[in-house]
Structure formats: structure tokens, C-alpha cells
Design a protein around this ligand. Structure first.
Ligand SMILES: [Cu+2]
Length: 163
């Protein structure tokens, strides 16, 4: 008889446990709604980046582009080209001479902040500069290097980096 009474006495505290669990679940639910909201606020920029593809196999060798009269060749070393590592960008431009050029690094369809590398003319006529490609929090690996060639236009190379 006493045991049964004890058992019934347990039930109110058991109810309390249920209540706490319900509050915890409700809190979790609210937190997940907030997190989903944050995710959807951040995602539109990321979602579009899936539409872009690489046009430069940078790990296989230099990439070439034709910009009106100028033939442009870009190489990045060391290979494989990795994020968060110091990289050497080497650009050669046929037919046009410059003092220096600016290489703009970005992610297609994503806002990653400005990342510009000044390419200075080397003795062999190539334009060289060092820079770092950051690791994208979304996990995407596609980057774009665009170079403005005054008088000829803008050229861009899209390539994947290794994490
Ligand atoms: Cu990104």
C-alpha cells in the first residue's frame, strides 16, 4: 500500500519533467525558426553561385583568354591551388604593354569582400603578384579572377580551389 502511495507521489514530479521537456522543445523550435530565418537571409547570394561553372582548369596549367587584340594567360602556383595559402599569380599579355595590372578576386554570385592583387611587371614582361584566396564559409570552391586591361577590356577566369 505504501509503495503505491509513493508511486502516485512520483507522478506530479513526472508531470513537471514533461513540462520542462515541453518548454525545452518549444525553445528549440523557436531557436530553429530564428536560425532558419538567418539562413534564408544569407542564402539568396549563395544560391545563385550554383549557376556558374569553371572555365579554367588551373591545376592542369595556365589558362588562356582572348580579349580583342590581347591574348591573356593566367597561371597560379603552387598547385593544386589552395585556399588560405599564399599564391603567386602570373599573368602574361600579348600585344599590349602595361606598367602594372590589377587582378580582382571574387566568387561568382556571392559577396565575399574586395580582394585585389597588384600585378607588377617582371623583367620577363609578365605581371606577377602574391595573394591569398579565403575559404568560403558556404563550402563553395569556385572563384573568379578578373583583370581589367585598359584599352582592351576586361577578362576573367573561373577556377576551382582546393580545400
Ligand atoms: Cu563565398
Amino acid at each position: 500500500m505504501k509503495r503505491r502511495n509513493q508511486a502516485t507521489e512520483i507522478s506530479p514530479s513526472h508531470d513537471g519533467g514533461m513540462h520542462a521537456r515541453f518548454r525545452f522543445t518549444a525553445c528549440l523550435f523557436r531557436t530553429s525558426i530564428v536560425l532558419m530565418g538567418v539562413f534564408f537571409m544569407l542564402s539568396p547570394a549563395c544560391a545563385r553561385s550554383g549557376d556558374y561553372v569553371a572555365d579554367c582548369e588551373i591545376d592542369s596549367g595556365p589558362c588562356r583568354m582572348q580579349v580583342i587584340d590581347a591574348q591573356v594567360e593566367l597561371d597560379i602556383t603552387p598547385k593544386p591551388v589552395k585556399a588560405m595559402e599564399e599564391l603567386l599569380f602570373v599573368l602574361s599579355v600579348r600585344n599590349i604593354q602595361y606598367h602594372q595590372l590589377i587582378l580582382d578576386l571574387s566568387m561568382p554570385g556571392m559577396q565575399m569582400g574586395q580582394n585585389r592583387i597588384i600585378l607588377s611587371k617582371r623583367e620577363d614582361g609578365k605581371y606577377v603578384g602574391k595573394g591569398v584566396i579565403p575559404r568560403c564559409p558556404s563550402g563553395r570552391r569556385l572563384w573568379e579572377a578578373s583583370i581589367d586591361l585598359p584599352g582592351a577590356g576586361t577578362t576573367r577566369f573561373r577556377f576551382n580551389v582546393t580545400y
